[in-house]
Design a protein around this ligand. Structure first.
Ligand SMILES: Cc1ncc(COP(=O)(O)O)c(C=O)c1O
Length: 484
């Protein structure tokens, strides 16, 4: 082996890596052959010799030789040492795998839309203060949840026919939504999805044709924007005033209107009751459908929560979307949509066709978690914690950067906007924050078209008091650099 490998193959195997030794050795030999470091016709030493040199077992070497022979890199014959194959893995058109792997992907129009979209703009870094959109998974009752999951897994053996939307979850969740959000619906209208984003994406595909106009709040939720464009929609941003989305009846006839009335994303404003009625009347008059994204309205801090728009809908035009990724923990991957009665059949079919189905054991476990009162108890507990954190962050930011930031504390939700003066480039400020270990987003990219406000968008829910204070100090330090 020494004569073949020395200077040619830099093989370093380590039992401490996550890959097995077999994997490591196979990868190293494959790479050496593809790079031409081991030329066709060269014979490898015996497996005993390779094992001795590399301090691995003969079994490891034999299984690597078998694997590479199967893949066409080596030629083996009974009683002879393996030989590097003449033309390893030549493909039909004469290109080797390494050459084809560098070709640009040939993607559909839909994928090109995704490529151009700047959403999602997640940090690559692990979550840190003040990342938006996440709650505190440390506070979730994981043991209780594990019990529900275990029971749901056991009951799989006796569960009857496969159903896309668990009837148990449909009725448990609907009861919860009727009591806490004032929705009005039958359980069959409740479709369980892997996420709220999946629901928004599927609604767009079901109701939008290419060129159809979709309105959304500006600033607004990039995930909806991306979904509508990918479905071929023309997306127009609609401005906001204190009462919520401004209905600009002169700006075309939308087929779809996306709103976050309970806690506007990202500003946190609440849509007034009059504006809700106007919006429903307008939608009915032009034949538009509405997506009400109620993504984090479980958490309400001041005054009484306002019931969902869906409960006021007489025309059957509201798709009410929600998610468990805020109310439980981000990785749960379950969301839902209450579909207007007329769309139940087609939406069920679209779910099946697109495979947008929540795992049955998860759905069953969640039904029990809700029925046993754990979900409501968790929301009560987190409402108290998140309210304190919201107040804590507001106080901390005032203390370190009161001259810079204007904050209108939201009455609910998990994040807030701190406005900066119009002259300050919020992209640049947010970039500096990220370099200083803070995760937050600039406000301006959330606008569609004209940017009327600049600021910072911060999540407060996932961070405890100490983390909030330390994070706020860093924010203050970065902002002070602008004064110099
Ligand atoms: C406004 C809004 N809607 C929907 C979603 C999507 O939720 P999910 O994680 O269930 O897809 C998010 C996620 O951050 C959001 O901020």
């Amino acid at each position: 082996m020494q004569d073949v490998l020395a200077g040619l193959v830099d093989i370093e195997l380590s039992p401490n890596r996550s890959e097995t030794l077999t994997h490591q050795l196979a990868n190293a030999l494959r790479e050496a052959i593809l790079k031409g470091a081991l030329l066709p016709g060269r014979r490898l030493p015996s497996s005993r010799e390779v094992a001795r040199q590399l301090k691995v077992s003969r079994n490891t070497v034999s299984s690597v030789v078998d694997q590479l022979a199967m893949e066409g890199y080596l030629e083996v014959a009974q009683g002879r040492r393996p030989v590097i194959a003449a033309q390893p893995l030549r493909l039909a058109r004469g290109k080797s795998i390494s050459a084809t792997a560098t070709l640009a992907p040939r993607t559909s129009r839909w994928a090109k839309h995704l490529q151009r979209s700047n959403w999602p703009f997640r940090d690559k870094a692990p979550p840190r203060p003040f990342q938006t959109g996440i709650g505190d998974a440390r506070e979730f009752p994981h043991d209780l949840w594990a019990r529900c999951l275990r029971r749901a897994a056991r009951s799989a053996a006796t569960r009857q026919a496969l159903s896309i939307n668990s009837p148990a979850l449909q009725s448990a969740l609907l009861r919860h939504l009727v009591i806490h959000r004032g929705v009005r619906a039958q359980a069959r209208q409740l479709m369980v999805m892997p996420s709220a984003q999946a629901a928004i994406e599927l609604i767009a595909r079901v109701v939008l044709d290419a060129g159809d106009l979709a309105w959304m709040e500006s600033p607004g939720y990039g995930g909806a924007h991306a979904a509508f464009e990918a479905a071929g929609g023309r997306v127009a941003g609609t401005s906001l005033d204190r009462a919520g989305l401004v209905i600009e009846s002169g700006s075309g006839r939308p087929r779809l209107i996306f709103v976050t009335p309970s806690h506007q994303y990202p500003t946190g404003r609440l849509m007034s009751i009059n504006r809700r009625r106007q919006l429903l009347a307008f939608a009915a008059s032009v034949g538009a459908l509405i997506i009400e994204d109620d993504y984090d309205s479980e958490f309400h801090y001041d005054g009484r929560p306002v019931a969902a728009l869906q409960g006021l809908d007489e025309a059957g035009c509201v798709f009410y979307v929600g998610t468990f990724s805020k109310s439980t923990f981000a990785d749960i991957r379950l969301g839902y949509v209450l579909v207007p009665e007329a769309y139940v059949d087609i939406f069920g079919k679209a779910q099946r066709h697109s495979g947008q189905i929540g795992a049955a054991p998860l759905q069953e476990a969640l039904a029990e978690f809700i029925d046993d009162g754990h979900f409501a108890a968790h929301i009560r507990k987190m409402t108290r914690i998140y309210r304190e954190r919201r107040d804590h962050l507001v106080r901390a930011l005032h203390a370190v950067a009161g001259d810079w930031l204007k904050i209108d504390p939201p009455s609910g939700g998990m994040q807030l906007v701190a406005s900066l003066g119009k002259q300050i480039d919020d992209h640049e400020v947010a970039g500096r924050m990220v370099d200083n270990g803070i995760s937050l987003r600039p406000l301006s990219p959330h606008f569609l078209g004209r940017v009327t406000e600049r600021g910072l968008f911060l999540g407060f829910a996932a961070w405890n008091a100490r983390e909030i204070e330390k994070g706020a100090e860093r924010i203050g330090a970065v902002l002070r650099q602008y004064r110099r």
